[in-house]
Design a protein around this ligand. Sequence first.
Ligand code: PHE
Length: 486
Amino acid sequence: MTTPQQPRAQWLGRWGFVLAATGSAVGLGNIWKFPYITGEHGGGAFVLIYLACILAVGVPVMMTEIAFGRRGRGSPIDAVRRVVTESGRSSLWSLLGWMAMLAGFMILSFYVVVAGWSFAYLWKAVSGGLAGASVDDMAAIFAANNANPLNLGFWSTLVTLATMLIVGKGVQAGIEKSVRWMMPGLVVMLVILIGYGMFSGGFIDALRFLFVFDAGSLSSDGMLAALGHAFFTLSLASGAILTYGSYLPARASIARTTVTVAIADTLVALMAGLAIFPVIFANGMSPEGGPGLLFMSLPLAFQAMPLGGLFAILFFVMLSMAALTSAISMVEATVSWLVDNKAVSRRTAAWGTGIVLWLVSTLAMLSFNVGADWTLAGRHFFDWLDYLTSRWMMPLGGLGMVLLAGFVLNSATFRDELGLSPRWHALWLFMVRYVSPLGILVIFVDALGIARIEFGAHWPWLAAVLVAISVIGELASPRLRRTLAG
Ligand code: PHE
């Protein structure tokens, strides 16, 4: 391992990091993915579990990751290795960093395809390709956009090029500045769309769908999806937040920045739901429309609004920007690892990564046309990338991180980095030791079919078990530490 020659770049103060991390967190996950998986998993109950996962797992994991990044000052692999070595633990733990880096890369490989949809729809909005389309036309337009590999490939290639161009230029230049106007702009657009939705005739149905808790509607697969999405939407366990954390100045408060990012991210997702579902219900569409949900619904709303053509353009510009600020964060881990370890320039690292990315993402893009039949166990390549990362790699990576922080490493490390008051520190420790890992484990146990847990009926028991395990865990903690430390 070579250490970087120059001191590591840093964000411009606390807001630099918050903006960049928000830019990473808020993206297609909030506006494209959250509404469509909520639709697929039946609404309210899914939303509730998702919010619980953000709070109980997402926030503690994010704090832990940023602390790892800042303490280790490096890519996930180097940072984790440095932090565990500092505590005298096995450097094998840096496998967690490898998995995160791989997850970020895999996510980006399908993310550029979805971002490509956004670019393509921007072009359609500009060139009038969406005007006057009916509900059925919208489905046909979405299908036609996917059917031609040259068309779809053109857009995903464009996104890949744009991402690598920005990443090649360095961490600070473009990232922070664009988020500063894009994020408020996106929120304004969503407010306008929600305002429109209120009068569309589908608003009450949308509210009911999103916020009425119907315990029976949630499958174990839905719970795993909610957990996975909490990781996805906050950019966790994929190298992004950890690497951004490695550029965080020593004096910034990790807890405060984490909470700010988590709140902004959650609000944007809920607002996207409130913008999309009224259109769905008012037009008699199915909430289970799948990945095309956003692209088949919102253009209908724009069509019916005064100045809709202009709003459509603005919306897809901002969606595309939001996608880019997320995309750049996904390769930052890989690029910074290459720069620190392989003696290559940032530009070379970015373009090298870009070529591999282009190959893998082209394969993912083909899932929508010529490769539609290339499936394995019912999933095509695009789906596999999403499924493996969201359902397995990120939750498992997050589990590894919290166990490491909670039981294995010297407690002084995190006390220093987080700099919390004793009471808040105790709360964080309780979360990373028990609540987050048990939450992840319970959902895995359920999803693997080992046991079916009825959350609606049994939550008091589950809470009691959690407390019991925590008490026993605290008593057995020195021993547990030794076991986990290997
Ligand atoms: N959080 C991003 C979004 O919601 C996606 C992302 C995942 C970004 C993993 C970085 C790492 O769109």
